[in-house]
Design a protein around this ligand. Structure first.
Ligand code: KPL
Length: 299
C-alpha cells in the first residue's frame, strides 16, 4: 500500500515511522526544521521503555513529485486542515482514501469537501506522543486507533486498519465514529486546555482537588452538549472516561501543551470553541468551557 502522511509533528512521525516498516510511506509538511531533520537523519522514535529506533522516510513540502497514493493520512493541526485536504486531493488515486485522525470536530467536513465523501474517512487516536525535537519523537502511550467506515468506504478502511495493526498501531473499525469523535472531544476539551494552562502532564491533572474539579466540570459540560445533540457517547460516565485517558496517557504532554510551549497556535477553537458554540445553540450550559476557551485563546 502507498501511504502519504501529511503532517510532520509528533503523531505524524509516529504513524509514518511505524507504517514505513510495512508500506511505501512518504511524508508531507510545512515545518522547515522538522523536514530538514527527517531528511538528514530520518525519524527517531523513542519507545515508552526508552528503546530508540530510526525510520527513513522521504519527506516533501508539496505534493508535486509525489506518486499517487492509496491512503493520505491527515495529521496536521486542525487550523491547517484546508491545505492538507487540498494536498490529499492532489495525491489520492481515484479509488484512494483520505483519513483524518486529528483532534477536533471540524476536520472531516473540510476533508470530505476537498476529496469527496466516497474518498474521505475519519477516526480518532488515543496514542500519546511528545516531540523531543525536530524529527525526534517519544511514543509515550500506545493506545487504540478507531476508524469509521461507511458502506462505500468499508473495504478500503478495513485494508488500512489491517496495515495499521501490522505496524503495531492497534486499530478497531466501527460504524459509531460520530460517537467516538465526540468521546475523544470530551477528553480533549477537559485535558488539553488544563494541561496547557498549568503546564502539567496528563497524569498530573489527577493529582489535586482543584485540577480534578475543573477536569470534571469541563468533561460534564462537553458530554451534555454531545448528548443533547443526540449522540450516544461510547461511555456512561464522562468523568471516569476522562480520568482513564489521563491515566493511560499519564506521562504525555498533551498536544496543546506542546503547542503553547512552542508559542504556536492551538486547536482550542476546534475543540472547546465548537463545544461552546454547540452548547449556546442548544441552551446547554458551557460556562467553564467558555472560560478555558478564552484563557487559552488569550494565552
Ligand atoms: O489527544 C490527546 C492530545 O494530547 O491531544 C491526548 C489523548 C489527550 C493525549 O495526550
Amino acid at each position: 500500500m502507498r501511504v502519504a502522511v501529511i503532517g510532520t509533528g509528533a503523531l505524524g512521525c509516529i504513524y509514518a515511522a511505524r507504517l514505513a516498516r510495512h508500506a511505501h510511506v512518504s511524508m508531507l509538511g510545512t515545518w522547515t526544521q522538522g523536514i530538514e531533520a527527517i531528511r538528514a537523519g530520518g525519524i527517531n522514535v523513542v519507545e515508552g521503555d526508552g528503546r530508540m529506533w530510526r525510520a527513513v522516510v522521504p519527506v516533501y513540502t508539496d505534493p508535486v513529485g509525489v506518486d499517487g497514493v492509496d491512503v493520505a493520512l491527515v495529521l496536521v493541526k486542525s487550523y491547517q486542515t484546508a491545505r492538507a485536504a487540498a494536498w490529499a486531493g492532489d495525491l489520492l488515486e481515484a479509488d484512494g482514501l483520505a483519513v483524518t485522525l486529528q483532534n477536533g470536530l471540524d476536520n472531516y467536513a473540510a476533508l470530505s469537501s476537498a476529496v469527496g465523501e466516497d474518498r474521505a474517512g475519519v477516526g480518532v487516536t488515543y496514542n500519546g506522543a511528545t516531540m523531543l525535537g525536530p524529527g525526534e519523537v517519544h511514543h509515550v502511550a500506545h493506545n487504540l486507533t478507531y476508524l469509521g467506515a461507511t458502506p462505500v468506504t468499508e473495504k478500503r478502511v478495513a485494508a488500512f486498519a489491517q496495515l495499521l495493526d501490522r505496524a503495531g498501531l492497534h486499530t478497531q473499525v466501527g460504524q459509531d465514529i460520530e460517537a467516538r469523535l465526540w468521546g475523544k472531544a470530551v477528553a480533549n476539551a477537559a485535558i488539553n486546555p488544563l494541561t496547557a494552562l498549568w503546564r502539567v502532564t496528563n497524569g498530573e491533572l489527577l493529582q489535586t482537588e482543584d485540577r480534578r474539579w475543573l477536569l470534571t466540570r469541563l468533561a460534564e459540560e462537553a458530554a451534555n452538549v454531545a448528548r443533547t445533540k443526540g449522540i450516544v457517547l461510547p461511555f456512561e460516565d464522562p468523568v471516569g472516561f476522562v480520568e482513564s485517558v489521563c491515566r493511560t496517557t499519564a506521562a504525555n504532554r498533551s498536544s496543546m501543551l506542546q503547542d503553547v510551549e512552542r508559542g504556536r497556535q492551538t486547536e482550542i477553537d476546534s475543540i472547546n470553541g465548537i463545544i461552546v458554540a454547540g452548547g449556546r445553540g442548544l441552551g446547554v450550559p458551557v460556562d467553564i468551557n467558555e472560560v478555558v476557551w478564552r484563557l487559552v485563546r488569550a494565552l
